[in-house]
Design a protein around this ligand. Sequence first.
Ligand code: NAD
Length: 323
Amino acid sequence: MAKDKILITGAAGFIGSNLAEYFVKKGYPVVGLDNLATGHLHNLNPILGTHNFEFINADIRDIEVCHKAVSGVTYVLHQAALGSVPRSINDPITTNEVNVGGFLNMLVACKEAGVKKMVYAASSSTYGDSKALPKVEEVIGKPLSPYAITKYVNELYADVFYKTYGLNTIGLRYFNVFGRRQDPNGAYAAVIPLFTKQLMNKQPPTLNGDGTFSRDFTYIDNVIQANELAMLSTNDESNNCVLNIAFGEQTTILGLVDLLKDLLSDSVKNIENLKTLYGPIRDGDVPHSLASIQKAKEVIGYDPQYSLKQGLRESIKWYQDNL
Ligand code: NAD
């Protein structure tokens, strides 16, 4: 039986390209949409030219682009956005135009085309200044950055589109995702690819603050599983819901550096002697993050298979082969 067509926005980015590769290889017809703002066409090398993959180089801020991209599509996995808290502090206007304006365009396009479900990338940043741990979906604080506002607004719009137009959506609140193809370069690189590259090159990593901040690091294959389960879920509780997608373990930044040093110790001589440097705390950073993944387990059957350590092993192999 022919499989349903999927549109993946942000398909040339870290998470989008991994989703696109996964679903193309499973035999789904996939359309990838990306304007290459932060993504790279080479992320799609494994599937470019495959008969069931089509790439559209265009911008979600253009509603006509969104209308065309959803044509004939059953499911949308919406990943396109400008990520990074510091980027949003430096340029809140563009972040808002893409993350809110572009998101609204996608909702309108999905509604008008009768898309069955839009699964979208929400964010743990929505927990903002709430000190409660572990984070449960219903208890959020005030946003600490323009980026966090945009991601929260996405959830509010999705809820209203379900209630007013019946558009079915699921928001996946990702917690610090990492893995193959995550960009280690540029001013807004995430901590795992940045530190991995620095340590591989025998450069001391610089921490923002004293390293006691903590995160719930989530390997990319757990995120792919969550997207597939969310997309295919048919139970009532999954309609119009928001779910934490994480591994469910808390690691400090100092703990992360120790783990990376340990895993790289065979290939980087005397890595234990590399000093760690300390810089100022960044504006907008949430001090601690740890997810309850109970709701995702119950609603879509989410069952993450990769711990931080297992995911780091896989990621390091990839960076060693590709950097
Ligand atoms: P990424 O930057 O690698 O991917 C985002 C993609 O969106 C890029 O390829 C970029 O070119 C594309 N894009 C940006 N603006 C666009 C526009 N106007 N039109 C079309 N495409 C556009 O980032 P990622 O880490 O893969 O993040 C994917 C999604 O997950 C984002 O929505 C992000 O906010 C969300 N998220 C990521 C994390 C994480 O830890 N990586 C955590 C929480 C939420």
